[in-house]
Design a protein around this ligand. Structure first.
Ligand code: CXF
Ligand code: ZN
Length: 364
């Protein structure tokens, strides 16, 4: 099968012949339908966090089950699925207390460099990315990295739910627990931030302030639920938010993941407000917060892929889409072939697109 391989940091991906072995116990072989290009792929491509290479990146995908290994009861060939990098064991303390996204059982969630699901006929190993490797025509995954979805859900929209939409929705609903009447600010309206804006509306937030440097994204955010927009070109974003709200927001979500944006998220909080850090920081980056601000019960917390319980959350998001309450259509900026994946990364670097989807073509 064809797969896009990253041989070294910052190099263009190369299309290579790679194979997957037969599914073993608890493993599922998928025919990939669509794979989104996420900023996390770029983050690892640029080696802001090291990852063993060569590697097949990609982690936001939908597909159709082709074959199953022994013991697999959850899916059958022909089922439509969405993948999730939050593969869970189901038995550890995190899993059994309702926080499966934090599961780190190394036998199920194989750490970088341990997974051996991909093979090729060259010397040396080819690594799997985050237990998925979606930039490939087929994926071999643990059954607990999948959620079954309804057959009438379009597989292109479904793939987005595998990362960006789950992360945005989950950070609002699961991590921040935004409720009716709350005031919410979302910093950075890429795929994750845009989904957070839309989810804050679904959650009943009264005021939703979208913050981004791109005017088109701010306009789209308005369509998805933003009641106010803030452009950093018009002045300090903290000042603008404090002015709009007369004292700050209940929730600020930093969907970028940088020192500046995380600190700004904290600074724009009202008393008792919570900053939720959603975006992926560069390895080792630190933030500074003013200690006395905590006296007014302000809080800061992290969120990992929307604190997901993805087998429950993803079908719920899909229902919201089918009911017309979540908009996933606008996320798809372009569909491209696997061969054009480097153009997809270039478009993301330029900030031109919300999502480029690799279209693997019909599965039947
Ligand atoms: C990722 C960020 C890196 C850790 C796993 C979750 N989120 C989205 O791509
Ligand atoms: Zn992602």
């Amino acid at each position: 099968m064809k797969a896009a391989v990253l041989f070294e940091p910052n190099a263009p991906l190369q299309i290579e012949n790679v194979s997957v072995r037969k599914p073993q116990s608890h493993e599922v072989l998928l025919r990939t339908s669509f794979a989104g290009i996420c900023h996390t792929d770029l983050h690892y491509m640029e080696a802001h966090t090291p990852y063993p290479m060569p590697v097949v990146l990609g982690h936001e995908s939908s597909g159709v089950v082709e074959a199953i290994g022994d013991e697999v009861r959850y899916v059958r060939p022909g089922d439509h699925v969405v993948t999730c990098l939050s593969v869970f064991c189901g038995t550890c303390e995190y899993c059994t207390t309702g926080r499966p996204a934090l599961c780190f059982d190394p036998e199920i969630k194989l750490p970088p460099g341990v997974s051996e699901r991909l093979e090729w006929d060259r010397p040396g190993r080819i690594h799997t990315f985050m237990n998925l490797s979606s930039f490939a025509e087929q994926m071999l995954v643990h059954e607990n990295a999948l959620v079954k979805i309804r057959d009438d859900m379009p597989l292109d929209r479904a793939s987005l739910v595998g990362c960006a939409v789950m992360t945005g929705y989950g950070s609002v609903v699961n991590t921040a627990k935004v409720g009716p009447g709350d005031t919410v600010a979302v910093i950075a309206c890429g795929g994750v931030g845009m989904a957070a804006v839309n989810s804050a509306r679904v959650a009943g937030a009264e005021r939703i302030i979208a913050i981004d440097m791109n005017a088109d994204k701010l306009e789209l955010a308005r369509k998805l639920g933003a009641t106010d927009i803030v452009d950093p070109m018009d002045g300090d974003i903290v000042e603008q938010v404090l002015c709009l709200t007369g004292g700050g927001v209940d929730h600020a979500l930093d969907c970028l993941g940088s020192k500046r944006t995380a600190e700004d998220a904290f600074k724009m909080l009202a008393f008792d407000g919570t900053a939720t850090l959603v975006g992926l920081f560069r390895e080792g980056e630190t933030i500074e917060l003013t200690g006395s601000a905590f006296l007014r019960e302000r809080k800061v917390q992290g969120s990992l892929l929307g604190s997901n319980r993805f087998r429950v959350d993803m079908p719920r998001i899909i229902e919201l889409y089918m009911q017309g309450r979540m908009n996933l259509d606008v996320f798809i900026s372009q569909k491209i072939r696997l061969e054009d994946i480097n153009d997809g990364f270039a478009a993301m670097r330029d900030g031109k697109v919300l999502r480029s989807l690799i279209d693997f073509g019909p599965s039947e």
